[in-house]
Design a protein around this ligand. Structure first.
Ligand SMILES: [Zn+2]
Length: 319
């Protein structure tokens, strides 16, 4: 009888769950809405229910452990989610709650770290020992794997690559600083800059793509316009991905990774992002380190977090 591991990815809009075997083969899978607005208790009950349903699909005793990833900040040592604004969670001892309920070992992990580890073990970074994972979406998050291990730092907060400041005095970031890459290259930042330039009267087919309703512009329309050669869109993405490239260059010099995996909605722009970042790197990092690094799109998509937790539980139980 094979040994299975159960991974849960607790997000602001959905809870994804999956049972995987030792090789990462998916045995059972389920996704439900989080409904965070209903409060903390109902969400915890939905987590318990999805775990129960998944376990019902395999032989009792086959699942050896449970791993849950959630937005931070959280403490993987104490098993506590300290503060997750999207979930309205404050100081929730989720590991204790689930261990008591299921009588199995439970581990907690930051969602970006889990996704990074998932890509490293089963996804685009498979085989890498030194890997940088970045998710470029409404925000920018990341996970760092060095010598095969996630880098945690003193308070388990390491890997906040989105808050690398590349333009001191630049646009205000959600973290309170100015000029972080999240404030310059995230989907939110690209859309905000596009709206501002359109409001200032610049001409672009982006306006046509949203039928004149500038307030509804997202980074998706900017990408579509750039593909059609629209000058404003091209310059917006050139600028955003210039800063992203500067940040990645710094990280290459510091970490010397063999693989960089970039996921998230903005990474779906494909060559618009990857080509630009590669060009910027030619001039902004040590050539010998840039030459050896492969920069690739994430492949696990919505499963990166759950697959990462399967890998992490398995590792924890076998070490
Ligand atoms: Zn920031």
């Amino acid at each position: 009888m094979g040994e299975y591991y159960l991974g849960i990815d607790l997000g602001g809009t959905k809870i994804a769950g999956l049972i995987g075997d030792e090789q990462g083969k998916i045995i059972a899978e389920k996704t439900i809405p989080t409904l965070a607005e209903e409060g903390v208790e109902p969400v915890i009950n939905r987590i318990k229910n999805i775990i129960l349903e998944l376990m019902g699909e395999v032989t009792p005793g086959q699942v050896k452990g449970i791993g849950l990833c959630a937005p931070g900040p959280l403490n993987i040592k104490t098993g506590e989610v300290m503060h997750a604004p999207n979930l309205k969670w404050k100081n929730v001892q989720i590991v204790g709650i689930l261990e008591k309920e299921f009588g199995l070992p439970v581990i907690l992990e930051n969602d970006a770290n889990a996704a990074g580890y998932g890509e490293c073990i089963y996804g685009a970074g498979k085989g890498a020992v030194n890997m940088l994972y970045m998710t470029v979406s409404t925000g920018i998050g990341g996970g760092i794997i060095a010598n095969g291990e996630l880098v945690y730092g003193r308070d388990y907060c390491a890997g906040e690559v989105g808050h690398m400041i590349v333009l001191p005095g630049g646009p205000l970031c959600g973290c309170g600083q100015h000029g972080c890459i999240e404030a310059l290259a995230s989907g939110t930042a690209i859309a905000r800059t596009a709206r501002k330039r359109l409001e200032d009267g610049e001409q672009s087919i982006i306006s046509d793509l949203v039928k004149g309703d500038i307030n509804t512009v997202t980074s998706r329309e900017v990408a579509e316009a750039a593909r059609q050669g629209d000058q404003l869109a091209v310059s917006l993405l050139d600028e955003a991905f210039f800063y992203l490239g500067i940040a990645i260059g710094n990280l290459i010099n510091i970490l010397n990774p063999e693989t960089i995996v970039i996921g998230g909605g903005v990474a779906k722009m494909g060559d618009l992002l990857f080509d630009r970042v590669s060009r910027v790197l030619q001039d902004h990092a040590f050539p010998h380190m840039v030459k050896g690094v492969s920069i690739v799109p994430a492949v696990l998509a919505g499963r990166a977090g759950t697959m990462g937790m399967v890998a992490l539980v398995r590792k924890r139980l076998n070490s």
